[in-house]
Design a protein around this ligand. Structure first.
Ligand code: 4AD
Ligand code: MG
Length: 462
């Protein structure tokens, strides 16, 4: 018999007919004669109830049908008498695909902490919480592609292995096939990367932007969506060493167009989650954050506040608030400052623009004041920075000046610099951290809980 997914079975009305359901046992209750097994197959947060007449199958056969076991059930669809569900299955035949010994199965009991579940990342997808989150990751990924496709953007694939440091931050994972125990050396005693796989030093990308700009300078509107790697040793609830980033890059956009796109894009994604992930969001709201749905609606329905970094710093200095890190013009804003502006002062998302050039990347368009660049950071409640972007410096000489001033090596990005020599154009773009978005739409508070296999300092076991 063809399998019916539980999400579909729960909608069926053809009572009396036979169906096949496959899934994992979530709970089992009942008495000596009849057992109620809640089965889940991942197609929905909801379980379907299997009613088992124990005598019919025999005690011995029934015994291993415990939490975690995987079953295939043929049975009759009946209207449920129990509360909270419309449909249940009266079991006729049960095939046990796999048992899960109650003595050792870690998810035997309910109510484990998120910290404990992180230690069993191989099994946590089987919990309601992580099922909901991973389904939502899928829906949000799809929504991202849909938004860009509907708006005339091309998905442009940028490399994961690069020879450049896009952000100039220097916190990169190196990629090499050289033996670390026996590194070839040059006459000067340095590592001889000419003997390495690519004949040069390479690393995992920190951003697809520089290659993305090459796409925008030909296709007009592009976006990237891929894994991104940063080796910064920041053990915070908002940083991963491997995260996914979405980077649209648009020819002929200025910073205002860039901000409009970022705001429209975020609102679209949040509305998409509300419309398409209703049951999962309701579950997460009930379990972790009862303000979640109000917060999502609030962001969709209100304009983001736009102001300059200079104005933002003034507000922070005059706030009388005691911050852990002091704030002054020229310092990088910490998440406590960003959240003060968003949560306490404006009480809505904020786009800060025109940051001091010293704290931003070399490629950002320089303002006439000689001090600031046309950067924009989108700051969200509970998250802080969710998007970072800018209008790009399109003038070759000005860009080269910044490369020199920041002490960057121009050689690995010679190809990038050539875009400013051949048919340069005003353009802009931004990067959205996918897991920061997931934090926002799920209401979770630790970034390790919104990606199936988090990579953080000292953690890459699974
Ligand atoms: O602000 P960032 O560093 O900007 C860039 O990489 C630009 N190249 C983007 C562009 O203009 N095309 O990173 C962009 C976003 C941040 O706002 C944040 O949401 C996310 O990426 N992000 C991280 N997310 C998780 N873990 C980390 N370690 C992250 N670093 C940045
Ligand atoms: Mg940033």
């Amino acid at each position: 018999m063809k399998r019916t997914k539980i999400a579909e079975a729960l909608q069926l009305k053809n009572f009396g007919e036979e169906v096949n359901i496959k899934g994992w046992v979530r709970t089992r209750r009942g008495n000596k004669n009849v057992s109620f097994v809640a089965l889940n197959d991942g197609s929905t947060i909801n379980n379907i109830q299997i009613v088992i007449d124990i005598a019919k199958f025999g005690e011995e056969y029934f015994k291993p049908i415990t939490t975690g076991a995987c079953l295939s059930v043929n049975g009759t669809l009946v209207e449920s008498q129990g509360q909270g569900q419309s449909v249940e299955i009266q079991a006729k035949e049960i095939e046990i695909y796999g048992t899960a010994d109650p003595a050792t199965y870690p998810l035997q009991k309910k109510g484990h902490s998120l910290e404990f579940l992180r230690e069993i990342a191989h099994l946590r997808p089987r919990t309601n919480t992580f099922g909901a989150i991973y389904r939502m990751r899928h829906h949000m990924s799809y929504a991202i592609h849909k938004y860009f496709n509907d708006n005339g953007f091309y998905y442009f694939h940028t490399p994961i292995i690069t020879a450049s440091d896009a952000e100039g931050a220097g916190s990169m994972f190196e990629v090499s096939t050289l033996s670390m125990n026996d590194l070839p050396r040059t006459k000067e005693g340095k590592v001889d990367f000419s003997q390495d796989f690519f004949g040069r030093q390479t690393n995992l990308t920190v951003s697809g932007q520089l290659e993305g700009e090459l796409g925008a300078m030909a296709l007009g509107l592009i976006y990237t969506f891929g894994p991104t790697f940063r080796a910064e040793n920041s053990n915070t609830p908002r940083h991963l060493a491997e995260f996914w980033m979405i980077e649209p890059e648009m020819a002929f956009y200025d910073i205002k167009d860039n901000m409009d796109l970022a705001e429209d894009f975020l609102k679209y994604l949040i509305q998409y989650a509300l419309d398409n992930c209703k049951e999962d969001i309701e579950f997460l709201a009930k379990m972790y954050d009862n303000e979640l749905i109000d917060r999502l609606n609030f962001v969709v329905n209100n304009n983001f506040v736009r102001l300059t970094y200079t104005e933002g710093v003034k507000i922070l200095k005059e706030s009388g608030q005691k911050f852990e890190f002091p704030v002054d013009w020229g310092t990088d804003l910490q998440s406590e400052h960003e959240r003060y502006l968003v949560e306490k002062h404006f009480k809505r998302p904020v786009i800060l623009t025109d940051y001091p050039k010293e704290i931003k990347s070399f490629y950002m368009k320089q303002n006439d004041d000689g001090k600031t660049v046309r950067a924009m950071d989108v700051l969200f409640p509970k998250i802080g920075e969710i998007i970072g972007g800018s209008e790009r410096e399109s003038d070759y000489d000005k860009l080269m000046n910044r490369v020199k001033e920041t002490g960057m090596n121009a050689e690995p990005i010679w190809w990038y610099l050539e875009t400013r020599k051949f048919g340069t154009a005003p353009h802009a773009g931004f990067g959205l951290g996918f897991e920061r978005l997931m934090l926002f739409v799920t209401g979770m508070t630790n970034i390790r809980d919104v990606i199936p296999f988090p990579r953080t300092p000292n953690n890459a076991d699974f």
